[in-house]
Design a protein around this ligand. Structure first.
Ligand code: FES
Length: 148
């Protein structure tokens, strides 16, 4: 008679413990699984962007600007001579920079050099830099992908 009254309680305790254990395991595994399989980040396809003001660049100067989520090296080589290249080196993706003294693009990571057409001059980079087209609209510097 006593066994009959304990059975439902025991079942309830087991059910609660089992549920708690399942919840604990799930709360531990969920972040691990999310970390190992992150959601795809949709990168907005930017094909054209206003990246700077003309007056921000003196002659023979260059700097990294944002083109969507990507870095672009924008160079003002002359009064109306603008160049834009991917800001990441084709060797191991370090950020490149413009060297005013040599008029070349330099990657400090392994001393790679590119000319003002993005071609490799020396060092380990295997390919030229991707080039972008540059247009001036008023005082805006507009960079366009794929037209370089
Ligand atoms: S990452 Fe640029 S030269 Fe190695």
């Amino acid at each position: 008679m006593q066994a009959e009254t304990k059975t439902p309680r025991r079942g309830l305790v087991r059910w609660l413990l089992g549920g708690g254990l399942t919840a604990s395991v799930a709360s531990f595994l969920y972040p691990v699984i999310r970390f190992m399989n992150p959601p795809e980040v949709s990168e907005a396809a930017v094909n054209e962007a206003s990246v700077a003001k003309v007056q921000d660049f003196t002659l023979n100067s260059g700097k990294i600007v944002k083109f969507g989520s990507r870095p672009v090296l924008l160079i003002r080589a002359g009064e109306s001579d603008w160049r834009a290249f991917s800001g990441t080196c084709t060797h191991l993706d370090c950020t490149v920079q413009y060297q005013t003294a040599s008029h070349q693009i330099w990657c400090a990571c392994h001393n790679g050099f590119y000319d003002l057409n993005g071609r490799v001059v020396s060092g380990p980079p295997p390919r030229p830099l991707e080039e972008y087209a540059v247009h001036i609209r008023g005082d805006e510097v507009i960079v366009t992908r794929g037209a370089g």
